[in-house]
Design a protein around this ligand. Structure first.
Ligand SMILES: C/C=C/C(=O)SCCNC(=O)CCNC(=O)[C@H](O)C(C)(C)COP(=O)(O)OP(=O)(O)OC[C@H]1O[C@@H](n2cnc3c(N)ncnc32)[C@H](O)[C@@H]1OP(=O)(O)O
Length: 252
């Protein structure tokens, strides 16, 4: 589900889950578990990437359709928990966007300190096209990573971007044909350039406002998020979106 290797002092985590690394409950729980374990280990950089042609196609929408309201209720908090575990990792986290990074996949990349995209795939946030709102955590992290204006444009437009456009819009920080090697080099540099405790504390300070906002707003907003995801399930909106994408399959 998640392959772990080490290159020099850098831990490389590769999502290896179905054809497009779609995010389901089990994958997210495993990711949170691994990232939580890494927090307590000796300081080093971490790279997050995907296998195959995708970084991640975002939420596994067929699992949502199959799982129904009870699954959504368990799934949405797990999604936010995984985003927060990645966002608050004390060590430098670099995303190697090796292919498509859509919706939740794009947010997962946005949790990183730095994003390197390869030469293929697209990145963007399609939530509104699916007809579902962003969980508070996801939207707040996206806004931190992209800034308010770019977040508004990306969220409302729902477009996905090729690598060059993604760089121009600040969805990624650099392009490299070998994104994993480039990401490992960045992570190693970040992990060695600054003492680990200073890096971790500064990262905490920089990200504090996101965590405060999430704390303040999620209890108010997430019940409505759940309500609307459940409504899109009930009115067939999620299934229609997938079928319009040409996906007749329930397997990702
Ligand atoms: C807060 C967060 C919210 C969310 O994350 S909502 C999720 C929004 N996600 C999306 O909008 C992505 C939808 N998928 C796509 O746009 C495309 O797919 C890709 C660009 C990711 C890949 O395109 P290509 O390389 O042409 O592959 P393919 O044939 O479309 O997909 C390969 C297999 O992957 C399944 N799949 C793709 N995305 C998802 C998904 N999000 N949930 C579940 N399955 C997915 C398909 O159905 C298909 O499967 P089969 O080959 O068996 O027909």
């Amino acid at each position: 589900m998640i392959e772990r290797t080490e290159i020099d002092d850098v831990v490389v985590l590769r999502l290896a889950h179905g054809k497009v690394n779609a995010l389901d409950l089990e994958l997210l729980e495993r990711l949170t578990e691994i990232l939580t374990e890494l927090q307590g280990q000796p300081p080093r950089g971490v790279v997050l990437t995907g296998t195959g042609g995708a970084f991640s196609a975002g939420v596994d929408l067929w699992r949502i359709v199959d799982g129904g309201p009870a699954y959504i209720e368990a799934f949405l908090p797990a999604l936010s928990a995984a985003f927060l575990a990645a966002f608050n990792l004390p060590q430098p986290l670099v995303a190697a966007v090796n292919g498509h990074a859509i919706a939740g996949g794009c947010v997962l990349a946005a949790c990183a300190d730095h994003r390197v995209m390869g030469g293929r795939g697209t990145i963007g946030v399609t939530e509104l096209l699916v007809g579902v709102p962003f969980p508070t955590t996801a939207l707040t992290i996206l806004e931190y990573a992209l800034g308010p204006a770019q977040t508004r444009a990306c969220v409302v437009g729902g477009a996905t971007f090729e690598p060059a456009q993604a760089l121009e819009r600040g969805l990624v920080d650099e392009l490299d044909d070998d994104p994993v090697s480039a990401a490992v080099a960045v992570a190693r540099r970040m992990a060695t350039a600054v003492p680990a405790d200073t890096y971790a504390f500064t990262k905490h300070q920089l990200r504090r406002s996101v965590n405060e906002t999430v704390q303040m707003r999620r209890d108010l907003e997430d019940p409505r998020v759940l309500e609307q995801w459940t409504a899109r399930l009930a009115d067939g909106g999620i299934e229609r979106f997938m079928k319009a994408k040409g996906s007749a399959s329930r397997r990702s």
